[in-house]
Design a protein around this ligand. Structure first.
Ligand SMILES: C=C(O[C@@H]1C=C(C(=O)O)C=C[C@H]1O)C(=O)O
Length: 371
């Protein structure tokens, strides 16, 4: 797919129609998939647990609010593979009006402000029972005349092991990303969820050493997953890891948990509602961390740290946490990047970590802008 100039211009033409769609490639696959829906095929469930029994593609926010609804694209035109996708007659797709601009993204904080916030976060952790909290920030980047189709293909070329996507939706906006984090994925009769946390720079020699800070912060996520398993009576389950997972310019610690899908045959929506947001993107304990985030972060996370992916589409569930993502506005890209803060954090290192995470997207944009 990455070789096709025609495919990039097909994506650009689709974007110019402004119809609701989700385009994605699952990790390790070169085969793109698309779901195009008309406005009538969009559903806005009021709560996360209202997904029981539904089917389609989900684009879920961090918090459901009026400006950030949970969106389900019901099966409309679904195609897999470049040829089949490009076979879609664009003439049959209705032009939709331009969406309303999302609210101001003016809460871009400077490095000194960020460092102060992180120092205060560390002090709060040391003073209270809060053990870990994810603090994020916005990174704006100027758009030029570059093709978004080309940026999507470049992103896929650079991060083939991620879930790479482009989503255009009224109410939610235009988003692109390449996330390494599985929330819930089906494989035959098995379901898998993953505890992913702890970050270091990617190494060429693959010789990773993990330190106490990363080991502890990933363990918080694993412990939380086991609490949720206990609530839903999920056993036996099988684990693999912690092991190193590379994505873009960084690497993480990852543990996979697998169990029989029949355990959640009737309440998969409830399970997701309980799982989200995990301590990988919120913190631990979860309610304390969520409250702290709402005080320390001046921006609205919108769909960053939400989740997205096929939901029982042709029988498959493939939900990923919305990380390494950006909202695409007419004049600029707004990237979202965050990291887990614990008592062992060093503010300057955390700043660097958010920069490194952002290079996944920035290097794809720059590669296209500099062509
Ligand atoms: C919050 C992000 O990533 C999450 C936080 C991580 C960390 O704190 O080390 C690692 C992976 C993700 O679970 C992000 O990419 O913005």
């Amino acid at each position: 797919m990455t070789e096709s100039k025609d495919f990039a211009s097909f994506i650009d033409k689709l974007l110019s129609k402004n119809c609701p769609f989700a385009l994605w490639a699952v990790p390790g696959s070169n085969i793109p998939e698309i779901l195009i829906s008309c406005n009538e095929e969009l559903v806005y469930p009021a709560q996360f647990n209202k997904l029981n029994g539904q089917e389609g593609f989900i684009f879920a926010p961090y918090h459901i609010e009026e400006n950030t609804p949970l969106v389900l694209l019901k099966p409309g035109i679904y195609k897999k593979g470049v040829e089949d996708i490009m076979g879609i007659g664009l003439g049959q797709i209705q032009n939709e009006e331009k969406y309303e601009e999302p609210g101001e993204h003016s809460f871009v904080i400077s490095q000194p402000e960020y460092l102060t916030d992180i120092a205060e976060t560390i002090a709060e952790i040391k003073r209270t029972k809060l053990a870990k909290v994810i603090v994020s920030r916005l990174i704006p980047f100027q758009r030029q005349q570059e093709s978004l189709g080309e940026v999507f293909l470049q992103l896929h070329r650079q991060t083939p092991k991620a879930f790479v996507y482009l989503v255009n939706l009224p109410k939610a906006g235009l988003w692109m990303g390449a996330t390494p984090e599985i929330l819930l994925k089906s494989e035959g009769k098995t379901l898998e969820t993953v505890s992913l946390a702890g970050t270091q720079s990617r190494r060429n020699d693959g010789d990773y050493m993990w330190h106490t800070k990363e080991i502890e912060e990933q363990a918080f996520v694993s412990r939380y997953l086991l609490d949720v398993f206990y609530k839903f009576n999920i056993h036996p389950y099988y684990t693999q890891g912690p092991e190193t997972l590379e994505s873009g310019k960084v690497a993480h610690l990852s543990t996979s948990f697998r169990f029989a899908a029949k355990k959640l045959a009737f309440n998969l929506g409830d399970f997701i509602a309980e799982l989200h947001p995990t301590p990988a993107v919120c913190g631990y304990p979860k309610s304390k961390a969520a409250k702290f985030i709402s005080q320390v972060e001046k921006h609205n996370r919108r769909y960053y740290t939400g989740y997205l992916g096929p939901w029982r589409l042709n029988g498959n569930v493939g939900l990923f946490v919305n990380l390494r993502c950006m909202e695409i506005l007419p004049q600029q890209y707004v990237l979202y990047s965050g990291g887990g803060i614990t008592a062992r954090s060093v503010p300057e290192d955390e700043w660097e970590e958010t920069n490194k995470k952002a290079t996944t997207l920035l290097s794809a944009i720059e590669a296209v802008q500099n062509r």
